[in-house]
Design a protein around this ligand. Sequence first.
Ligand SMILES: *Cc1c(COP(=O)(O)O)cnc(C)c1O
Length: 443
Amino acid sequence: MNLSHTRNSVLIARSLSAVWHPCSQMKHYEQFPLLPIAKGSGVWLYDYDGKRYLDAVSSWWVNLFGHSNARINAALLEQLNTLEHVMLAGFTHEPVVQLSERLRELAPPGLGHCSYASDGASAIEIALKMSAHYWRNQNQPRKTQFISLKNSYHGETLGALSVTDVAIFRDAYGALIRQQATVVSPDSRDAAAGESAEQFALRCADALELHLQQHHHQLAALIVEPLVQGAAGMSMYHPIYLTRARALCKQYDVHLIADEIAVGMGRTGTMFACEQASMTPDFLCLSKGITGGYLPLSVVMTTDEIYAAFYANETARGFLHSHSYTGNPLACRAALATLDIFAQDDVIAKNRATAAYVQQAAGALRAHAAVKNWRNTGMIWAFEVATPHVDFAQRCHRLALDNELLLRPIGNTIYFMPPYVISESEINFLLAKTLYLVQQLSE
Ligand SMILES: *Cc1c(COP(=O)(O)O)cnc(C)c1O
């Protein structure tokens, strides 16, 4: 056993003893050991044996421009030597101001006010609280309920769980949350035979209207993951649903919260998914890719109208919500460096070419008999695998690691959500290895 191997197993043992890992049954690590990562570069992660793994899921959907990106590193080093943090109540600083101004320029028109937190779920908490508090300030205190789509995922704090419809995350905590209603998801896989994705989306919007008609007096907001429901297994739907939802929410005096935590920052092919429906939500939530995958940061953007409803002499009418690290300068600076890369490299246009290349290079994978529902939105690809293995996700994840690939299937859905810097040869590698996995696991 060489030295790196020793360090590896020691690190695993120390981690299992001291670290409670997320989204895990800790006992399973007895069979499927943790993988200590020593360093990252571009789309690759490296373990202590020098073995590499192509990060095809952008480390839980956060990384945009590769690990250890030189430009983001340089910006962070400079910020580190200037101001690491200052409280944002009563104080301000250049990075948070610049970031808010630049996001306002980029976002759908009308979202001029940025409220910050540290993670996606906290952004959802802000949006839910702000929406209900808005109605309270407008003398409509009964409007305290929310609706989300079937199979929605909006995070795992108690408020966010109340609008999350993924049983495994929610069931154990059911007694702690005030579960909110769901409406049918426009997931285009559920369209009837002969029905287009657009027709199905319109039919689902009709169901939404029925719900709004009956319940709008109690409803504060509808919350959606625009275009792609990530944790549901990359369900994709037609943008017409968002266009209709926007109009219906306006008509019935219900806010629309766009949770773009996963799909914002170029992931769906436009900077923000809402652009594809030409609409402005009342709240836009961003996190994950906003710092390029470097530091925890989230933001909720909202309109003048909502902002104005809180602007008053009484403290209690103000929005009372805070996080210790609100608007952390280092995180904001990483986000600014990320936005610089978008502008300097014309990333949205470049991604269009990358996506076209994947579609064309994926011919053999798409043609495999076990590959079902191949779908793509921007820089997200997904398909289901017809497999006899009930533990497909776990098996596929392990076999992928053996083949230098980091994949994390959801059920029998394999998806790719790679960093935008993935090259054509790396795409070929990803597709060839994935085809091999499908061949191995579909027999
Ligand atoms: C990841 C995610 C969240 C929660 O973000 P965290 O930072 O994990 O709390 C919320 N909504 C969507 C759509 C997400 O993908």
